[in-house]
Write a protein that binds this ligand. Sequence first.
Ligand code: ZN
Length: 550
Amino acid sequence: MKNSLSLFLIIVVSIFTFNFCDKQNFEHAVESIKVDEIKNKIEILSSDEFLGRAPASLGEERTIKYLEEQFRRIGLNPGNGNSYFQEVPLFEIASHSWSKLNISNKKTSKSFGFIDDFVCGTSRFVENISIKNSELIFVGYGIVAPEYNWNDYKGIDVKGKTVVVVVNDPGFVNGDSTFFNGKKMTYYGRWTYKFEEAARQGAKSVLIIHDDDAAGYPWGVVQNSWSGRRFYIETPDNNMSDCEMNGWISNSVANELFNMAGFDFGKELSSAAKTDFKAKNMKLSLSVSFKNKIEKKKSNNVIAALPGSEFKDEYLIYSAHWDHFGVNNTLVGDTILNGAIDNATGTAALLELAEAYKSLDRPQKRSIIFLAVTCEEFGLLGSEYYAKNPIYPLNKTIAAINMDGLNIFGKTKDITIIGYGMSEADQFAEEVTRKYGRYIIPESQPEKGTYFRSDHFNYAKVGLPVIYFGSGIDNIEHGKDWTIEQTNKWTRENYHKPSDEFKLDLWKFDGMIEDVKIFFETGYNLCNTKSFPNWKVGTPYKTIRDSMMK
Ligand SMILES: [Zn+2]
């Protein structure tokens, strides 16, 4: 009797001390995420030394070397065999010598200038593009979506022709939440989809009609992203199945084209959102030509692994893109786009998280992959490459947590999950957020299609449940309106500009640190949980996940 009692006591005491030590060990790791450390890493990554971290440049060499050194110093294993790198084979296309965009019909012809009126490029690896007298067909939103019983290409043959397309999806103007996703943009609304669908339909070229509200950004953003070099992942067919030319026209140019066609622009736009919409031949023809300088390039995803203690062959991914736009010599004054917030902050957090996990005496149960991806700014290419060439089996990967641009405005009561409610992984974030007395909100402007604009989207596309955290807006000191105003001001003045720089005196790090702790604990719980969370019913990614988990 006495013996069994003491045995019982020993067990109780040891469970207690064990749990206590475990908890202390865990708290210690959380507390190791410190303002000064993350500050220091952001400052280094966004310094001029790194030349704006452009893929396939000296800036890349310096950046990936730094990341490799850091992962090594922290004590993480190489994530790709004995290497910290996953090479991403790319093509760089720099288009130049654009002709005017000529539009004509039997009566008249008009020509429009590159940059001011239109932009265009190609993803085909060919040096000369010349399109002559291609017929224009207005295909409304250019969407084929069986689940919404919608087909803008129904009854019209666009092979060899140029399609004119409205950006976003019909739900945007309609506003009815049961129609597409209401105001919330579906992937059908994204410009990348417009180009993909037009190619599937066999169109020769595409012109997207720009609109500030529907696109979610001003014409200037379109101009910037189509005037420099562009990257594409190397493909066996050299992208010859893509359209010959992908372009955008400004809203006022679109208006002129519709006038030339004898159409009422406003009326046509609203008819495009109606269920009885039918594509229309505009009886106009288009001619344009330009040249392309094509070079094979290589860039790198940086990848490090931290083995788990129990489910070693199962994985959690933390992901952040290391790249930004590099140096733009056409700018006057400061020419380096340092990308301090976008995304030195997320990359610094990745390192900070790696350090915190490494400091655990008893490691988390699943293994963790720290993935710093390239070419996010040029079409989410590094994450696409990883998703299509995963080093760790996707059906053994529980989820991916993405970080892209952290909070610099101070502590908030809330934290954003972009695409909140789509996957069961959100519950892990909810639990942790609640523990800190905070709450989760969905992205505030889903009509901007934020969900399709960072790396997590590529992981979602191959079925991985994802959590993409964003900053909160319920600022403890200043409230919501102030934060929204500050965020919009920041986007207007600094987004993708040389002024996205490290500003020690202006930034607040306390909110950022609290967010990173939530990233840590959410990931930790995902590493230790028994069963894999899935996508929720009704999301397009659930079927993909289900079929790989069979
Ligand atoms: Zn970014």
